[in-house]
Design a protein around this ligand. Sequence first.
Ligand code: GLU
Length: 318
Amino acid sequence: MLKKNLSILMTALLVLALVLAAAAPLAAQQRTFVTIATGGLAGVYYPLGGGMARLISNEVPHISASVQSTGASVANVGLLDRGNVEFALIQNDIAYYAASGTEMFEGRAMPALRGVAMLYPETIQIIALAGSGIHSVADLAGKRVAVGAAGSGTEANARQILGAYGITYDDIQEDYLSFAEAASNLRDRNVDAAFITAGFPTAAVTDLATSLSIRVIPVSDDAFASLEANYPFYTQVVIPADTYRNVTEDTQTVAVMAMLATHAAVDADIVYDSTRAIFDNLDELAALHAAGGRISLATAQAGQPLELHEGAARYFND
Ligand code: GLU
């Protein structure tokens, strides 16, 4: 009797083990892993991308999303194009140059990049210390300037804006630094100014401004006119007084737009479900960062520079 019971138990255990072994890979197959390429840790892409990944993972039972920290826009379009990531936060100007094979992408067009949504303005913030004697972009000639991380959209903006003032990298000492590195080098006076292209307030600048007095350098109307003639993605914007501690006046500068992009090869249902998870819950992104509060359904397709992915089109056009 005991022997019989034991053998029934053994059989039951064996069946259970077989069922579990069969179910485990099935369960793993059912959950798709997606990665969102973002930017440096002290920017806006990284925390906001983190919020998007959380929304997707929480709202879509079959998707697990995570973020990757990167050099930002220029690096991100390469990651998308090579299929290393499914989504990326990028600037609209860089998206256009990559898709059309122009500017820094001359000869290596990425026609399979696809748009998901336009997000929020990314403002070119040129930061110097208050006592530095730097009041205008023209004053940067001969100075040591943090121009953004290698592979960033920021770096392209720095080059173009300096160009609008007749300044090239031959006239400055350029340093390829992330926002966090730029802030700490400004603090230590190893660099005289830093370009930051990001939604404001940007954590790296906010942190710097709490310990030192900073100045935000304007981009003039004339410089904007010459920029706009060559690079139509720039718009004029004002960084309001008191965005950063001790910056008590409005600063006129220029901005581009942040967007969420994907690749034509990414499954339409994955893109649809991810888009829905984000855009049905925009209040959560607004709670995370001021830039998140500037994302809206109404402006999500305004000025889309890429062909819309069919999964995103299903969400926005239905
Ligand atoms: N727009 C920046 C770039 O591509 C990154 C901004 C961010 O990290 O928030 O260089």
